[in-house]
Design a protein around this ligand. Structure first.
Ligand code: FUL
Length: 483
């Protein structure tokens, strides 16, 4: 071999080797990008929609924030029926219930040994009742997950505002987290007011969180900044148009130490921790039941809008449904929840993409396991993706004939991280013989639902314009909602 030939030969061998290398590295699944969900966070995200229950002395005194001086005897539901709450949640299509075990008034819905402001001091069941016991049993029997809200802020406890209170609060957590079976979510309210003595409590958050994990390692902990899921920054059920599940948490804490609400609303694109959003909102104007709001239960349209701006924007929806003084959910709320479920089911009944042909501008290593058709099945774990170096790509849906639709639902395969930062949707305009822009958006995350006026088209193209690493789409579906 002369020198020139030897050189050519070497170049050929090197490029063939690197081609093979890129083939094989693309045949394996993409490496995770950034922070990723834990198994518990992923399970939690898939729950999507569950019930918040505000219940306690405030239900009987018609206030939103009891001051802790109310007599425990005011708490006296005449016919408490937690099974009715569970049935309502089931009929609503919800996956769990989180109850205010202790709100700011300090009243414990279980007979805590750490307080004298509890169900034990009430007249209900002669002081022998335990709301947590009844609800946990009803949830577990009905196949719903059970979660607890505990307000660290306690307007009743005499030790509030002293270091001793942190031990009291841990004692209460120990009781709640060890006595009622599996807890899927521990909800820590960030509100932190003054104590009787005018002192502010310095909470021992690391100790509180550790206490939760000691008893319930699989639980997700909610607070303004997680560690497992975060407040969405408002109580209107509205996540940001851009909503990253990553968040910068270093240097931040719950309550006064939380990042600004607009940051919580949108997350941080390069946040170091996986802390997905949860949108909490009440079906009525207040969090607690009041007869004065019986005619102010949110309409199906309002609930649908909330659904689109929460679940439809990569956030879970925690919808508050407060029981009344009987201890039951009022028919106005339960009827509305059933109507809301029917509206969702009819909307999502016919996924037009199922019968379509789906192709992509590129497929990872041209391998069938990453094919575009993976977005059509109902299996979250199969996805379409492209080679590592590809951060812009398109996926096209071709119908057999023109289809009218006005909703598009997309899912990213988040176990490998949230990636898509900008995309648009085009439809093929037969008359013009060209693609026409329909809508554009930024993030997708676990679920993104796009709403737009009804359009009829034979082809839809989703262009991923900017992805932080190669995009992975688990689902693309299209629907026609009745206007
Ligand atoms: C807030 C509380 O002050 C409200 O009463 C309610 O519990 C809401 C869910 O969280 O911080």
């Amino acid at each position: 071999m002369n020198n020139e030939l030897r050189m050519k030969h070497t170049i050929f061998l090197v490029s063939a080797a690197s081609l093979c290398l890129s083939c094989s590295s693309n045949l394996t699944p993409p490496a995770p990008y950034g922070a990723v969900p834990t198994v518990a966070q992923l399970e939690w995200q898939k729950m999507e929609y569950y019930m918040f229950v505000h219940f306690g002395p405030n239900t009987f005194t018609d206030v939103e924030w009891g001051d802790g001086r109310e007599s425990p005897t005011v708490f006296n539901p005449t016919n408490l029926d937690c099974r009715q709450w569970v049935q309502t949640a089931q009929q609503a299509g919800m996956k769990g219930i989180i109850i205010t075990a202790k709100h700011h008034d300090g009243f414990c819905l279980w007979p805590s040994a750490y307080s004298t402001h509890t169900v034990r001091e009430s007249l209900w069941k002669d002081g022998k009742g335990d709301v947590l016991r009844e609800l946990a049993a009803a949830c577990h029997q009905g196949g719903l997950k059970f979660g607890v809200y505990l307000s660290p802020w306690d307007r009743n406890h005499p030790t509030y505002g002293t270091p001793e209170y942190n031990q009291v609060f841990v004692g209460m957590l120990n009781e709640v987290l060890s006595g009622y079976g599996d807890i899927f979510e521990q909800w820590f309210d960030g509100a932190n007011g003054e104590g009787e003595n005018g002192k502010k409590q310095v909470y021992d958050w690391p100790l509180f969180n550790q206490t939760v994990y000691n008893h319930q390692p699989q639980a997700v902990i909610f607070s303004d900044v997680g560690p497992d899921c975060r407040w969405i920054g408002n109580e209107a059920g509205s996540a940001g148009e851009s909503n990253w599940s990553r968040l910068h948490i270093k240097g931040f804490g719950p309550g006064h130490a939380a990042p600004p609400s607009d940051t919580l609303n949108a997350g941080n694109v390069f946040g170091k921790a996986w802390v997905p959003g949860e949108a909490d909102v009440s079906i009525r104007p207040g969090w607690f039941y009041s007869a004065a709001t019986d005619d102010k239960v949110k309409s199906v349209q309002e609930l649908m809008d909330i659904y689109y701006t929460s679940v439809g924007r990569n956030s879970n929806l925690l919808l508050n449904v407060p029981p009344n003084r009987v201890g039951r959910i009022h028919p106005a709320d339960s009827a509305r929840l059933v109507e809301f479920r029917a509206a969702r089911e009819s909307l999502f009944a016919n996924n037009l993409v199922k019968a379509a042909t789906v192709t992509a501008s590129a497929v990872r290593a041209n391998a069938p396991q990453y094919a575009a058709a993976n977005v059509q099945d109902d299996d979250f774990d199969t996805y379409w993706t492209v080679n590592n170096a590809t951060t812009q790509a398109s996926i096209e849906v071709q119908f057999a004939e023109g289809q009218a639709f006005n909703r598009l639902l997309l899912q990213e395969y988040i176990p490998l991280g949230q990636r898509v930062a900008k995309f648009n949707v085009e439809v093929w305009d037969n008359t013009a013989g060209a693609w026409k822009l329909l809508t554009e958006a930024t993030t997708i995350g676990y679920k993104r639902i796009l709403c737009f006026p009804t359009i009829t088209a034979e082809r839809i193209r989703i262009n991923i314009l900017h992805s932080l690493a190669c995009p992975l789409l688990s689902t693309v579906s299209a629907y026609k909602a009745s206007e």
